[in-house]
Design a protein around this ligand. Structure first.
Ligand SMILES: NC(=O)CCC(=O)C(=O)O
Length: 264
């Protein structure tokens, strides 16, 4: 399965959300020939540009990001994980919602970020947390969806694996200050869940927070297959999907889980 991970520069001073949407649609179209294209978290505004969240909130069904990404997926003929948008959820408030389009441009899955980041500020106070883990069967693999800060919560990833996920897709807006955690956690999730991890972040600075970049693809043995630098960059690679089943068979650690061990 050929995947394209598009690490985007998100710099509010350099580009408006509309300009970035148009530019990103062009980048997605250029990935024709790929099976799956992945974009980062909240790339229209930046994950830390919280004063703009309300203004930029949109509908997953027919907001400007959804319309452009649907057309780009269709034109390129790819599955598109379009990263996340700020969803205007009506009475339920705002959500950090990931969108997945099929190669005809149909929106086939949404995932509302479960673990909101910021403690007492930012999205943690401005948004509503999702409650449901989400997977999706593509022709060659089952993907499990998670977003940025979710990467710190292994129990979510176990729930995705229990639901059949073989490839864990993590759009993010991870800060440079914690880049070491990003790389370590992406590898940890791959090793413990014996799954591919495709973790795609942003470059640039938004909300005064320098972004890490360093998007990464990790195989089910924990080996790094590809890693970006700190600037905008596209990683393209071929994944051997048999490798998940092989790893789980040859080193069957997932089978040795003991659930509900009481703590004395
Ligand atoms: N956008 C995010 O979820 C940021 C997460 C983060 O900064 C961290 O986990 O560290």
């Amino acid at each position: 399965m050929r995947v394209s991970l598009i690490q985007l520069a998100v710099d509010p001073a350099a580009e408006s959300p509309d300009e970035r949407r148009e530019r990103v649609a062009g980048l997605v179209r250029a990935e024709r020939g790929s099976d799956l294209v992945v974009l980062p978290e909240l790339w229209t505004t930046g994950a830390f540009a919280s004063p703009h969240f309300l203004h930029e909130a949109e509908s997953p069904a027919d907001g400007p990001t959804s319309r452009l990404m649907s057309a780009a997926a269709r034109d390129a003929g790819v599955w598109l994980h379009a990263g996340s948008i700020i969803e205007q959820g009506g009475e339920d408030g705002l959500f950090n919602t990931s969108l997945v389009f099929d190669p005809s441009g149909k929106l086939v899955r949404t995932y509302r970020k479960i673990h909101l980041f910021g403690f007492d500020e930012g999205e943690a106070v401005l948004m509503t947390a999702g409650r449901e883990p989400v997977t999706l069967a593509l022709p060659e693999t089952v993907i499990g969806l998670a977003t940025c800060y979710d990467l710190r919560f292994p129990e979510l990833f176990r729930a995705l694996v229990d639901a059949g996920a073989e490839t864990l897709v993590v759009p993010a807006g991870w800060p440079a200050a914690r880049r070491a955690h990003w790389t370590l956690l992406a590898q940890a999730r791959a090793v413990e869940d014996q799954a591919y991890v495709l973790a795609v972040g942003t470059a640039g600075t938004n909300g005064g927070v320098e972004q890490a970049g360093y998007s990464i693809a990790v195989d089910p043995w924990g080996e790094v297959l590809a890693e970006a630098g700190a600037e905008e960059e596209i990683l393209r690679l071929d994944l051997d999907m048999e490798r998940v089943a092989r790893t789980r068979k040859e080193f069957p650690a997932l089978r040795n889980r003991v659930l509900g061990v009481p703590c004395s």
